[in-house]
Design a protein around this ligand. Structure first.
Ligand SMILES: C[S@@+](CC[C@H](N)C(=O)[O-])C[C@H]1O[C@@H](n2cnc3c(N)ncnc32)[C@H](O)[C@@H]1O
Length: 421
């Protein structure tokens, strides 16, 4: 049976497992570039229920603890999880080694990724229908952090801000991998053969690109970023900048999707917004960008260029007033932080900047030089971007090079909005 049909069959439940609800008006489409997507196959009204996935099919810290307790000599610290179905079956000798106190030190990313890798190795996992439809690592090849981990020279030709973002992700990934290896070592297991780095990378990027917000019980004492779950079928919904359908989680029913504030016609794709994200963010975290000129959240970070120009006293002033760093521009406007920093650069008497910070002055005397400074910085950025694009021509065209070109194109659109030719 086709993996997608197996997933739907699994979600239909049986005499023991609850049933998910998937509207017959939804169809899963498979396109090369955007992967799978959900499409309406007949008219859908406003606020129509489309999908409900019970907790028994959600993969997160809570459900994993419930599955692991079967093989361990401890009970999950989360009370009243009887609503989560766990199949009968033999004890797993690997999970039997897991100590609760050590397990609870793992973050959501660490635990869910570890569990995905171990369950993927089992021919009979309860989660198999879900795991079999998760994307392969090659389907997530748009994520530059993967290029960096593979030492692909094309990574270097990306704009600096994307490189910085990806390097931070890479560090987080490696630190999560080390934490999991440490956990397995303490459990007396051979971590590197049980969880090879490439397998962990697959699981980690699946979590990163498919996680949906779900608050974890307070007793787990986790960080904000740990509050996520994976949700089969709902994770086929692609991103659009404006909200289409609405998603929510109920403690009794599970994860729910309704059509939201607009109706759909036959053939319309169902989207929801992953957040107000720029193409740079979408590329780093999800491995894609919106079509050129379609992303209203795109901005250009000129922080390093401004920081280089600031004198000690000016930096101290900006730090004192919480205006140090995060200087951005969109094609329509420069951020207020950027305006303050550029005015500070021009002023000897820094007390004169305070009325601007307090909203009592628009800073008119600084505007002309501010625009000149911005132009100068953007010329430098454009020159660096041009150099990288020329270097890129030495490489054969491929998906990665097309993404690098678009990333530079996005920069040029913003530069062109400010530079007088
Ligand atoms: C939650 S999944 C959505 C379903 C996914 N397309 C699939 O095949 O399973 C998120 C991934 O879908 C892709 N994606 C989401 N929205 C997209 C969009 N607007 N354009 C292109 N790819 C998109 C990206 O690969 C992203 O990492």
């Amino acid at each position: 049976m086709d993996p997608l049909k197996k997933l739907v069959h699994w979600l239909e439940g049986d005499s023991q497992r609850p049933a998910a609800l998937i509207s017959s008006k939804l169809h899963v489409n498979k396109v090369d570039v955007t992967g799978r997507s959900l499409v309406a196959n007949s008219k859908i009204a406003k606020n129509e229920p489309l999908i409900t996935v019970p907790h028994s099919y959600l993969l997160n810290y809570v459900t994993i603890l419930k599955h692991l307790e079967k093989s361990a000599n401890w009970d999950s610290p989360i009370n009243s999880t009887n609503y989560i179905y766990v199949p009968e079956g033999p004890i797993d000798p690997i999970y039997a080694n897991f100590e609760l106190s050590k397990l609870l030190q793992l973050s959501s990313f660490q635990l869910v990724s570890l569990y995905l890798v171990l369950e993927k190795q089992k021919p009979e996992s309860y989660w198999k229908p879900f795991i079999d439809v998760l994307p392969s690592i090659s389907e997530l090849d748009g994520m530059p952090m993967i290029w960096a981990l593979q030492n692909d020279p094309i990574f270097d030709l990306l704009p600096n801000s994307i490189k910085e973002h990806s390097k931070a992700q890479q560090e987080k990934f490696l630190s999560d991998y080390n934490a999991v290896q440490e956990f397995l070592l303490v459990a007396g297991l051979d971590g590197t053969s049980l969880v090879p780095q490439d397998d962990f990378l697959w699981a980690w990027v699946c979590c990163n690109s498919r996680c949906l917000y779900m608050e974890l019980p307070e007793i787990l004492d986790k960080q904000l970023e740990d509050n996520f779950t994976l949700v089969p079928f709902v994770d086929f919904i692609n991103h659009a900048p404006e909200d289409h359908c609405s998603v929510s989680i109920s403690s009794t029913k599970g994860f729910q999707v309704t059509s939201g504030s607009r109706p759909y016609g036959n053939g319309d794709q169902i989207f929801f917004s992953y957040g107000a994200h720029s193409d740079e963010f979408l590329l780093c975290e999800y491995g894609f960008m919106l079509p050129p000129c379609c992303n209203p959240c795109n901005s250009l970070d000129i922080t390093p260029y401004i920081l280089k120009l600031l004198k000690g006293e000016q930096s101290e002033f900006l730090k004192k007033h919480n205006y140090y760093g995060e200087y951005t521009l969109t094609s329509n406007e420069m951020s207020f932080r950027t305006e303050i920093a550029l005015a500070t650069l021009q002023e000897k008497d820094l007390s004169k900047i305070l009325p601007m910070i307090n909203g009592m002055s628009e800073g008119a005397p600084y505007k002309k030089n501010t625009n000149l400074l911005v132009e100068k910085i953007l010329h430098k950025i454009q020159a660096a971007s041009k150099e990288k694009q020329e270097e890129l021509r030495r490489y054969p065209e491929c998906y990665r090079t097309s993404l690098v070109i678009q990333a530079h194109h996005n920069i040029n659109i913003i530069c062109d909005a400010y530079i007088q030719y």
